[in-house]
Design a protein around this ligand. Structure first.
Ligand code: ATP
Ligand code: MG
Length: 588
């Protein structure tokens, strides 16, 4: 280990990319501090060429001049991990935004770095490991209660090899920097462990065995759970044109997904939108536990007004915090909105580095970076036999809504589910604007198998519904040409079935108290009912008769979506609908 830090001076600046002539040892990815008067700006070494280091500064570089001193820290960009992360709102460098605002006033001042975890707060520590135990990285020394979670205090992930504990603290109330255990490594060297550890954000963090997931992550959104499901430990993406509903979709997932912890990365989104989330989120209630949603959430915000270089940091910071909680045996969901902003930051930096550009001037390593990010998802079997999962979902905002561009294509080649939002649907206010004719999920079979345990024929019903939608779309297109009367009655009825499915089931009102969240229990009633309509022997004497029957049925079903599940009104609406179908099916 070196005692003295390497230093250098600025020789050239190109936007946020600075060239520094340096002395000493430095390495790629290392954090450097650019010293302007009494302000230090955080930066990261991205390229070393001879005695010149190219560093990207995470902040506004006003005031940087030829000769401005730079210090290298010998640390990679790291996340602080320990109890107290939940409920926090951080920027990409893990500064707690509220505390930064308290310290600097309403306008965030550059060069202000505040520790993300409270050093004064006491936590009730319960030791579990005993003197003489032999532990390795990720294994529990003890735990504290963080809200309703038992936050495991683990042997640091940076500590490779076996450690034999020589001392453990007694149960009590301690700060995160208190030494709670000591152990000797295989060379007999002693190490002290606290509740606080650090991990380089760009390196995936996990200890245990990575496995393929298979259990469903239900979302309370009918079109996803039924038609394009996601599994715990899986990956998915939602590309969509400007204003199609990507952010609203992610907010839905952050509120209702059946996971323990949610990490939200708002990457380069509009400041107003971020403020809106910060304002509303703390008041929302988790439907699974009735606690405040913030209790299970970590938010990382980088608005479009912050330097682009910090966007990359936020994506990796989010992934690391999410992985840390997975390691405690929890189910974690990481949501990134929008990954295109991150890709644009990569493009900008690559341009400044004068790298050979790839497609649409994105760097050639774009796909591998995107793949590496989604690969951090997965199910992990921990050393104690328990499982933790990390599910990752990102939005993509392709210019003009054209999915043929590199970011969308690179993402589609690695994710397990594609929820494609379409302009036609959002213009027609068919929300969520996920287009069922282009979207897909590789998890349908896994989820069908799980749901079949409770509802026989689930998989078949999903296939049938998808077929009816496709047929309906094709008939609809023909009808545009030849008109309703030019279509056979049989085709017309099929068209009406697909319209009913679309209107009653796939569309969902995000702003209605009841309809916004449709738990699986509720889908398990509605979906078989709709399938019953699909297969019932309904026969009509005319197009008009068919149309009016379906319109009435459609409205009755839609109204039922706005009623509290299993309420008296709901039950009587349900039985009236069943009777109506029965009468029609029996009347021929
Ligand atoms: N599920 C929904 N139900 C009702 N309205 C919706 C829904 N989804 C989106 N909207 C409407 O569309 C608007 C834009 O949605 P949103 O901000 O999520 O789009 P976006 O795709 O994130 O846009 P951008 O590309 O600008 O980030 C919302 O303010 C809302 O009015
Ligand atoms: Mg958005």
């Amino acid at each position: 280990m070196k005692n003295e830090l390497s230093t250098g001076t600025v020789v050239k600046a190109f936007g946020n990319l600075i060239h520094v002539a340096f002395k000493g040892d430095i390495r790629q990815g290392e954090v450097a501090m650019v010293e302007i008067g009494n302000v230090s700006l955080k930066a990261e070494v991205i390229e070393i060429a001879g005695d010149i280091a190219k560093i990207q500064v995470f902040e506004d570089i006003r005031g940087v001049k030829l000769g401005t001193p730079v210090t290298f820290t010998h640390h990679l960009l790291e996340a602080e991990l320990g109890p107290g992360l939940l409920t926090s709102i951080l920027d990409g460098l893990q500064n707690p935004l509220e505390k930064v605002a308290d310290a600097t006033g309403l306008f965030l001042t550059r060069g202000v770095y505040i520790e993300p975890l409270d050093r004064e707060k006491h936590w009730d520590y319960h030791p579990v490991a005993k003197v003489g135990d032999s532990l390795s990285r990720g294994e529990s020394l003890g735990w504290v209660n963080e809200g309703r979670f038992s936050h495991q205090i683990m042997v640091p992930f940076t500590a490779y090899g076996q450690y034999t504990l020589t001392w453990t603290i007694k149960p009590g109330s301690y700060t995160i920097e208190t030494v709670v255990a000591r152990g000797v490594d295989e060379q007999g060297q002693e190490h002290a462990f606290t509740m606080l550890q650090r991990w380089p954000v760009k390196i995936p963090l996990f200890a245990g065995e990575k496995l393929k997931g298979s259990r469903m992550m239900d979302t309370g959104m009918r079109i996803l759970d039924t038609q394009f499901p996601v599994i715990k430990g899986g990956t998915f993406c939602a590309p969509g044109p400007f204003g199609a509903g990507k952010t609203v979709l992610q907010h839905h997932l952050s509120k209702y997904s059946s996971v323990d912890i949610v990490v939200i990365v708002a990457c380069g989104e509009r400041a107003g939108e971020v403020v809106e989330v910060l304002r509303t989120f703390p008041h929302l209630v988790d439907p699974h536990t009735s606690e405040s949603l913030m209790q299970r959430t970590v938010m990382i915000c980088n608005t479009s007004s912050m330097p682009v270089s910090a966007r990359e940091a936020s994506i990796y910071m989010g992934a690391t915090i999410a992985e840390y909680y997975r390691q405690m045996g929890l189910d974690v969901l990481l949501l990134a909105d929008s990954t295109s902003r991150w890709a644009q930051a990569m493009r900008e930096m690559s341009g400044r580095l004068e790298e050979i550009p790839g497609e649409e001037a994105f760097p050639a390593y774009l796909s591998s970076r995107i793949a590496a990010f989604y690969e951090r998802a997965g199910l992990v079997q921990l050393k104690n036999g328990k499982f933790g999962s990390l599910t990752i979902g990102g939005t993509v905002s392709p210019a003009g809504g054209n999915f043929e561009e590199p970011v969308t294509q690179s993402t589609l080649s690695v994710v397990g589910a594609f929820h494609g939002l379409s302009r036609e649907r959002s213009d027609a206010r068919k929300y969520p604007a996920i287009d069922p004719l282009i979207s897909w999920s590789k998890y349908v079979d896994d989820v069908s198998r799980e749901l079949e345990e409770k509802i026989e024929g689930w998989g078949e019903m999903v296939t049938r519904a998808a077929r009816i939608l496709r047929e309906g779309d094709e008939i609809g297109k023909r009808m545009e040409v030849v008109g309703e009367e030019g279509i056979s009655l049989k085709d017309f009825v099929n068209y009406l079935k697909s319209e009913l499915y679309e209107f009653v089931y796939l569309q969902q009102n995000a702003f209605d108290k009841e309809d916004a969240y449709c738990p699986l229990e509720r889908q398990k009633v509605l979906f078989p009912l709709i399938n019953h309509i699909f297969s019932a022997p309904l026969e009509f004497t005319s197009h008009d008769q068919g149309r009016s029957f379906f319109l009435e049925l459609q409205n009755a079903l839609k109204n039922m979506n706005f009623m509290p599940f299993k309420s008296e009104r709901y039950e009587s609406a349900l039985s009236a609908i069943k009777q109506k179908i029965h009468r029609m099916a029996g009347s021929k």
